[in-house]
Design a binder for this molecule. Structure first.
Ligand code: AMP
Ligand code: MG
Length: 443
């Protein structure tokens, strides 16, 4: 078995997975999902011409000569609040007291804000006050159409508002709601079965003997799945026996994709290969990367059903990084996403980085900060593939190409930003969140 490049491994994996079917779900479950329908508007948004200010609806011609010295004086014939309609119409010399969002009464063609009248504009709308005053003085002219939001100016009836393929972020969810929708057709979320393998593993939350270690991979991987919008199904720990592993793998095959960790290297107890050969078509690859060299990939076969299977290495850092590089794109593709790239930055190394990984891409866990528009990068400390805290302290993954043995301080390198913002998918610059918590941690 030869060594294959990261790119080649990724392409092969992606060629095995396809977007899942669409499903109609409640709007609030759609966040981050891919829309599977073109959405046309059944109505105008806003539905009617309405006021953009609290003020007076007037005929612009009545106030065209108004000034603080010679205000125009109009008769107040009523009041209209958002959600109501004024029953009459505004004639020459007349005004209707109007609140933001209220429909502009017929006859009026502009709204004068309270600031430009003799009414103190902080006063709450009230019939008692509004109608008690029969006249209003206006200090400034307004052009026709001033402070009026036109019917359909946001969305017009029949317009294609969102295209199939759009990732639904909070604003798109809001747009759908503004059309009166409480459901949408989206590519469904994949279920991702997660299996940990190894006799040494103990389940967190339970006591363990000193020769065991807690299963951290299942929790880290499940969280990655959850963060990207998939549905992790933790199947627990499979012991290193054919019987136990086979049972887990059969159960896992019901999911949309299976991710296992450990048991894919050359150890004596690595029964994963043997079982996989019986349960499906799996290839074992040596990928030219560090950490995370051994990888198993293929599909499980249960009757008609083919379930993609990805066997990640056991070392906690390797498991998370191979998830990032291979599983994340595969799951994104299943979710119907077309762009799964992470933001990348060119950053200046603040220290000498020795990769020690000839012929393999080195993914270094690092902290990216920004100063005066320049990104700087330093490692999170020891980079052993068992040192999970090296990942926990990182906001980026420096990608050091196979032919580079050493990066000198001051040289520029590419960094994949894992967390561009504070635990959210989009937002602020990397330095924004990287600097402060780390100063606290170090201090
Ligand atoms: P293996 O690939 O089975 O040889 O495992 C490689 C290393 O990763 C060993 O040191 C394992 O103890 C460790 N390891 C395997 N699975 C897990 C897990 N679920 N959580 C934490 N460490 C693990
Ligand atoms: Mg093992």
């Amino acid at each position: 078995m030869g060594m294959i490049s990261v790119q080649e491994a990724l392409e092969r994996i992606l060629s095995y997975v396809e977007p899942l079917e669409a499903q109609e779900v409640p709007l609030l479950d759609c966040l981050g999902q891919v829309l599977a329908e073109d959405v046309f508007s059944p109505l105008d948004v806003p539905p009617l011409d309405n006021s953009a200010m609290d003020g007076y609806a007037v005929q612009a011609q009545d106030v065209s000569l108004a000034s603080p010295e010679r205000p125009a004086e109009l008769e107040v014939i009523g009041e209209v609040a958002a959600g109501y309609r004024f029953s009459g119409s505004v004639g020459r010399g007349q005004a209707v007291r109007i609140m933001t969002g209220a429909p502009v009464p017929p006859g009026a063609d502009a709204v004068v804000p309270f600031e430009d009248t003799d009414e103190p504009f902080h006063r709450p709308p009230s019939k008692a006050h509004g109608l008690a005053r029969r006249r209003v003085r206006i200090f400034r002219p307004v052009p026709v159409g001033a402070n009026i939001r036109r019917a359909g100016e946001d969305i017009s009836r029949g317009q294609k508002v969102l295209r199939a393929g759009t990732v639904l972020r909070p604003p798109e969810i809001g747009v759908l709601a503004s059309l009166g929708r409480d459901r949408a057709l989206v590519i469904r979320r994949p279920t991702v079965a997660i299996i940990s393998t190894g006799d040494e593993l103990a389940r967190p939350g339970r006591p363990k003997s000193p020769e065991k270690i807690y299963d951290s991979n299942a929790y880290g991987l499940a969280s990655l799945v959850k963060k990207m919008g998939g549905m992790p199904k933790l199947l627990g720990i499979a012991r290193d026996t054919p019987h136990h592993l086979r049972a887990k793998i059969r159960r896992a095959a019901e999911a949309d994709i299976v991710i296992s960790s450990a048991g894919v290297s050359r150890g004596y107890y690595d029964v994963v290969k043997e079982i996989l050969a019986q349960e499906g078509e799996i290839a074992f690859w040596t990928v030219a990367m560090r950490p995370g060299k051994p990888l198993a990939f293929g599909c499980l076969l249960r009757g008609e059903k083919r379930t993609p299977f990805l066997g990640l290495p056991g070392n906690p850092v390797s498991a998370l990084i191979t998830f990032e590089i291979f599983a994340r794109p595969a799951i994104m593709k299943m979710m119907g996403k077309r762009d799964w790239s992470r933001p990348m930055v060119r950053a200046v190394a603040q220290e000498r980085i020795h990769t020690g990984s000839k012929g393999r891409v080195f993914y270094a866990r690092c902290i990216v900060t920004e100063q005066d528009g320049i990104y700087y990068v330093r490692l999170t400390g020891p980079q052993g593939s068992g040192i999970l805290t090296s990942m926990a302290n990182a906001n980026g993954l420096a990608v050091i190409p196979p032919d580079t043995q050493v990066v000198e301080a001051g040289e520029e390198i590419d960094v994949i930003m894992l967390d561009w913002s504070h635990g959210e998918e989009w937002g602020t610059r990397p330095g924004f969140w990287a600097q402060e918590p780390y100063l606290l941690l170090q201090g």
